[in-house]
Design a binder for this molecule. Structure first.
Ligand code: 5GP
Length: 195
């Protein structure tokens, strides 16, 4: 997606250990007009698949998922919670995630009443790196006996394993921008997805 690539080129900062900082539009301050365009792009790529629910993970996935839901007939967005609170039901599905950016493991949880066997679910997230967050979300969908329609990612880091891991399972994965290489000196190389 040209608009997203442009924004990454202009405002993205490459950090050590293969981390891209996009705080100015995606992870801290949010560019709502861009998110709306991303939502439209996901809707185009997953049109006609009967998506009736979007699943994401807190925190950064929520806003993108919400903008995307507008283009799927305002379907509900459910997010995996990372923190236990009194608000969370007793009846939950949970799965373990290892966070690459935080270098630690955590659990994500979803109340059983928000994932149903009749649901056709699109997973949306901000980044795909090693695929751990996406795998945990897929696991929650499987536990619920729901149908996974596909996975939509804003920025896939193609030089890490997540993309291959998910595509190998026959799951439809659509990433709006795929970065095949990046360094502080040479900048960011995007995969050409036009063909
Ligand atoms: P994975 O589970 O695929 O290894 O990592 C996905 C999660 O890690 C994303 O939801 C995102 O929060 C975070 N993440 C991974 N790589 C990056 C990165 O380069 N930049 C930012 N901002 N977040 C990242």
């Amino acid at each position: 997606m040209e608009l997203l690539e442009q924004k990454i080129r202009q405002e993205g900062r490459v950090k050590g250990q293969g981390i891209l900082k996009v705080d100015s539009f995606l992870n801290h301050q949010l560019d709502v007009a861009l998110f709306d365009e991303m939502g439209k792009a996901f809707a185009k790529r997953f049109a006609g698949e009967g998506v009736n629910k979007i699943l994401t993970i807190e925190t950064s996935g929520i806003a993108i998922a919400t903008c995307t839901a507008r283009y799927f007939d305002y379907c509900p967005v459910v997010f995996g919670k990372k923190y236990v609170s009194l608000n969370l039901d007793q009846e939950i599905y949970s799965s373990d995630v290892y966070s690459y950016t935080k270098q630690q493991a955590y659990k994500i949880m979803v109340s059983k009443k928000y994932l149903r066997p009749t649901d056709r679910i699109l997973i949306i997230d901000d980044f795909l790196a090693n695929g751990k967050a996406a795998e945990a979300l897929i696991d929650l969908i499987n536990q619920a006996g729901a149908t996974l329609v596909g996975v939509g990612i804003a920025i896939e880091k193609g030089f890490q394993d997540g993309g291959a891991l998910i595509r190998q399972q026959g799951i439809v994965l659509e990433s709006l921008a795929i970065i095949d290489g990046m360094s502080e000196d040479e900048g960011i190389v995007f995969r050409d997805q036009s063909g």
